[in-house]
Structures are given as structure tokens and as C-alpha cells.
Design a protein around this ligand. Structure first.
Ligand code: TPP
Ligand code: MG
Length: 310
């Protein structure tokens, strides 16, 4: 779990550098600060389980098993990327890994996960679907329709809301009245629990119950993970116009990787040297990923119309 959190953090930080250097096209939405949610959830999943993700999806797909080299190649729009270079950051998908797609449509992954969960239930399989989405997504019709159907059909779906308190530049204080997003689960008679999204142990424990429930055929549940994004909405947003430096600082003190490291060392589960060795291995894996992406070809013009829906 530590390695996965480090892989997400370093991938995001390196992608940000490359984006600022003008090497990566498109928009990137960093998940730095939210790593404990992706990892705490996906630690329970097998390759046969499926996830749907969001525009802020790098962490989810890495935690679900995506390779850094093919991820990086996709960000570079290269033929060796997960979508053959035609999807970019917001559309990473790999059906073999159970990644049904990141998604540029806010709330768009929710009905996809419910449909996938219905298919799993009809086939009588003990697999589960997990949908990741933000606090802003819980204002969409897709969210409410998706939760309602999931509850009515008792499908094996776990809804994971990453409440980072903002939708673009809009504070949750402005865009919704509920104190806790989890309150919305009550409307659909779904069990709902809050997890500390900065503490991977908390996420792991809370989501573990929800996933066990779904696997046992006892229906869907809702988890609100309270988290925070350390950067702006996307890498072009400095994130300073709508939140104070002090507010960001308060959350940075609870950096999920720092908290996890401290706990591992304090409880004798790992030494600092072991964790540093993991960081070194991840840094090497990442450099190899960047090299792979840079050296990969762009898609050929004659393949422009392949793999495209219209
Ligand atoms: C249906 C739809 N409406 C609006 C947008 C523009 N948009 C992109 S991200 C975003 C905010 C989403 O907030 P949240 O769900 O909390 O996710 P976060 O960015 O905080 O991870 C919006 C409004 C969109 N992509 N899709
Ligand atoms: Mg949000």
C-alpha cells in the first residue's frame, strides 16, 4: 500500500513537471493529497472487480493495477498508451484490469458502475463494482438515478465519494447544503459511512465492510472519504483565488503519505530505510516510464478513425 501511494504521488508530481515544461498536451487534474482513498479502496479489489473513475483519475487507475509506462505514454499521446494515445489523462481504461474508464463527464462513471454491477449480479459472480466520484458529482442527476437503481436492484456496487470540499473553484459551502455528503445515501436507503480520507487505514477499514457486503450479495453502500486536493482544480489553476494559503496548509499537515509513513515507523511495521528504498525503486520505475513514453511513436494518421465512437 505504501508503494502504491508513492507511485501515485510521484507519477502526479512528475506529470506536473512535464506538463509545465510543455511536453504533455491536454488538461491534467492532479490527485495529490487524495492517494489514501484510491489505495485504501483498491487494496480490497481483485483484477476481476471493476472500477469507474473521474477526470481526477490517475490515482484510481494506478491503484487498480495500471502500469506507469503505459499511463505516461497515454499522457504523451503515444501509440503505446492505454488508449493508443487517443484518450489522454481523462480516458484511461483497460478492461483486462477492470478499469472501465476515467471520465471527463462529472458523474458519468456512476451509472456505468451500476450497469456493470447489474451484469455481475445477473451472472451470479462474486465480483464487485466501485465507482469513484467527487462531492460535485453528487449534485448530478446521474448520481441520484444511479444510486436509486443500485438500491432498487440490490447490485454489488460501492459508491466512493472523494469529498475534497471543492468542485472546480466552488466551495461545497456554496454548492450543497448537506453537512456531510453521506447524508444523501439515506434517500436511497443505502448504508453510508464516513472515512478519514487522509488515513489509509480508515479508508481500508470502512470500505472493507462495504465491499464485503457487496460481495456477499447484500447490496450497495456509500462511503464518503473526507479528503483534500493539494493543487488547483487542474494544473493550469493556481488554486489561490478561492481558498486561503492557511486552509491549504492545515490540510497539508495531514498529508496522507506523511501520516502513513509516520504510523508505519512508529508501530514498527517498516523502517525509514525500507520506505526510502521503496521511494527509490518507484523513482526508477517512473524514469523508465518517461523514457518509454518519449521513445514511443505517435499514432499513425491512418489510424485516426480507429477506436473512436461517434
Ligand atoms: C456533466 C459535467 N458538468 C460539468 C463539468 C465541468 N467540470 C469538470 S470537473 C468539475 C468539478 C467536479 O467536482 P467534483 O465532482 O467535486 O470533483 P473534483 O474535481 O473535486 O475531484 C466540473 C464542474 C463536466 N466535466 N461535466
Ligand atoms: Mg470535489
Amino acid at each position: 500500500m505504501y508503494r502504491q501511494m508513492a507511485r501515485i504521488r510521484m507519477f502526479e508530481e512528475r506529470a506536473a513537471e512535464l506538463y509545465r515544461a510543455g511536453e504533455l498536451p491536454g488538461f491534467l487534474h492532479s490527485s495529490v493529497g487524495q492517494e489514501a482513498v484510491a489505495v485504501g479502496v483498491c487494496a480490497h479489489l481483485t483484477p476481476g472487480d471493476v472500477i469507474t473513475s473521474t477526470h481526477r483519475g490517475h490515482g484510481h487507475v494506478i491503484a487498480k493495477g495500471a502500469r506507469l509506462d503505459r499511463m505516461m505514454a497515454e499522457l504523451y499521446a503515444r501509440e503505446t498508451g492505454y488508449c493508443r494515445g487517443k484518450g489522454g489523462s481523462m480516458h484511461i481504461a483497460d478492461l483486462d484490469l477492470g478499469i472501465l474508464g476515467a471520465n471527463g463527464i462529472v458523474g458519468g462513471g456512476i451509472p456505468i458502475a451500476v450497469g456493470a454491477a447489474l451484469a455481475l449480479r445477473l451472472r451470479g459472480e462474486r465480483r464487485v463494482a466501485v465507482s469513484f466520484f467527487g462531492d460535485g458529482a453528487t449534485n448530478t442527476g446521474a448520481f441520484h438515478e444511479g444510486l436509486n437503481l443500485a438500491a432498487a436492484w440490490e447490485v454489488p456496487c460501492v459508491f466512493v465519494c472523494e469529498n475534497n470540499e471543492y468542485a472546480e473553484s466552488t466551495s461545497r459551502r456554496v454548492h450543497q447544503r448537506v453537512k456531510d455528503v453521506v447524508t444523501r445515501a439515506v434517500a436511497y436507503d443505502l448504508p453510508g459511512t464516513i472515512a478519514d480520507g487522509m488515513d489509509v487505514f480508515s479508508v481500508y477499514a470502512v470500505v472493507g465492510e462495504a465491499i464485503a457486503r457487496a460481495r456477499q450479495g447484500r447490496g450497495p453502500s456509500f462511503v464518503e472519504a473526507k479528503t483534500y486536493r493539494f493543487s488547483g482544480h487542474h494544473l493550469g489553476d493556481p488554486g489561490t483565488a478561492y481558498r486561503s494559503k492557511e486552509e491549504v496548509e492545515v490540510h497539508r499537515r495531514r498529508d496522507p503519505i506523511k501520516l502513513f509513513r509516520e504510523k508505519l515507523v512508529r508501530e514498527g511495521l517498516a523502517s525509514s530505510a525500507e520506505l526510502e528504498a521503496i521511494d527509490g525503486e518507484v523513482a526508477a520505475e517512473l524514469e523508465q516510464a518517461v523514457r518509454f513514453a518519449r521513445e514511443s511513436p505517435l499514432p499513425k494518421p491512418e489510424t485516426a478513425l480507429e477506436d473512436i465512437y461517434s
